[in-house]
Design a binder for this molecule. Sequence first.
Ligand code: ADP
Length: 494
Amino acid sequence: MLSAQELNQLTQQTFAGATYGVFINNQWQGADRTFPVENPATGEVLVTIPDAGAPEAAAAIDAAYAALPAWSALPAIQRADLMRKAAALMLEQRERLATIMTLEQGKPISESRGEIAYAASFLSWFAGEAERVYGQIVPASSANKRILVMRQPVGVCVLITPWNFPAAMLTRKLGPALAAGCTAICKPAEQTPLSALELGRIFIEAGFPPGVVNIVPTSDPVPFSETIFADERVRKISFTGSTEVGRILIANSARTVKRMSMELGGNAPFIIFDDADLIPAVKGAVASKFRNAGQTCICANRIFVQRGIYDRFAEAFTREVAAMPVGNGLQPDSLIGPLIDQPARQKIERHVADATAHGAQILTGGAPLPADHNPTGTFWKPTVLANASSQMLVAQEETFGPVAPLIPFSEEDEVLAQANGTPFGLAAYFYTRDVSRVLRIAERLEFGIIGANDALPSTAQAPFGGVKQSGLGREGGSVGIDEYLEVKYVSLGL
Ligand code: ADP
């Protein structure tokens, strides 16, 4: 266990000599205003950084647009080399990057280390895809014609990311964008700009030309947003965040008809059938629900448990959850860090109060940590609610916190109707040993990502994305690069 003084020292050392600014053309620039970046575990200000407004957004577009011709013309193999170098540097500097992530985001340091490796994997994996952007020659219907199909970069892309995975959400967009030959303007979330800005330093070290990657931190996304939507030179927006903001961005894109990729909210069902292997199902549910203190868009939000296994599952699951240490993410044994802010805590309080008022029982947790261990009030004990129902707020809305409602069910059709009974369709999970059921359920779940006996499906090689109001397009996998490519058809008369 680190003492308060040791934690303080680690924070000081991490930021000693670090300069942050608006990252444009490989340079750190100032802005008229500044804003503080706070540690959600302590409430202290970590650093104060320039706060970009409309002029900085415009300068970033100028830089990305100027860099586009040379970057897209660079042989793919050379773009790939630079991307692999950046990935290697991220891994070399993993400890520093992970510490910064935990300081600004709160997640346990072990998870931050994992995220840095995961984030680097999008650069190295898409480096490979850069080398495989194939076109087609299609048989024509007349002898004196040839049909050529080329795939070309979309152009200048704006990448808007959330605070819950401040490095990986960015590289999941940057990897395919850079591989395709696009240049980028990254806008990190106001709570977690440092993990993104640190990547700016890494891109310089790797040897990226100026203007290819630009990073614009701001405390107010609206002037940034207005500038990019008004500008014809921005050809694509890729966004990860709430469905509410996604809707605004989709509406705004109409003005200059930009391509959009959207990774929006989820409300993941996690179904345990009677014939599931108990221990893997319990471990999977814990990992899915409580990673990042439940603040992930694919985390289990509704845990449906068939009646034959319900009691055994509830007991084993509660035992694991009750043993999870809660505390500052820099403490090596911490498994649950703070929530990102006060509204996040208020939402959890509302969900737990609503569930208990409607008949759910608290098996463990159900309250914040005591005040003497809770400097910000945002540490919430991991919670299990028994006998929850699909009508409760905790099942209707994305809780985005460490609260697991267990909902009993009897029949397959009944649970499918409840699981699909949401406007969201990002991730769904189920545990069973019956192979026929695996396919039957996977086919009938209306979600973009299905974890069948697997609670952690995210990986650079696979297409990640949602159906219904959870999004548009896919990130990762061989289809991930398509979002950053235009198809051009050349009809050649001979
Ligand atoms: P969350 O609920 O996870 O904070 P948000 O959707 O509010 O999700 O934020 C995700 C990202 O979208 C952040 O980078 C945020 O700054 C950005 N954002 C929020 N509102 C807008 C907007 N009007 N235009 C552009 N970006 C926005």
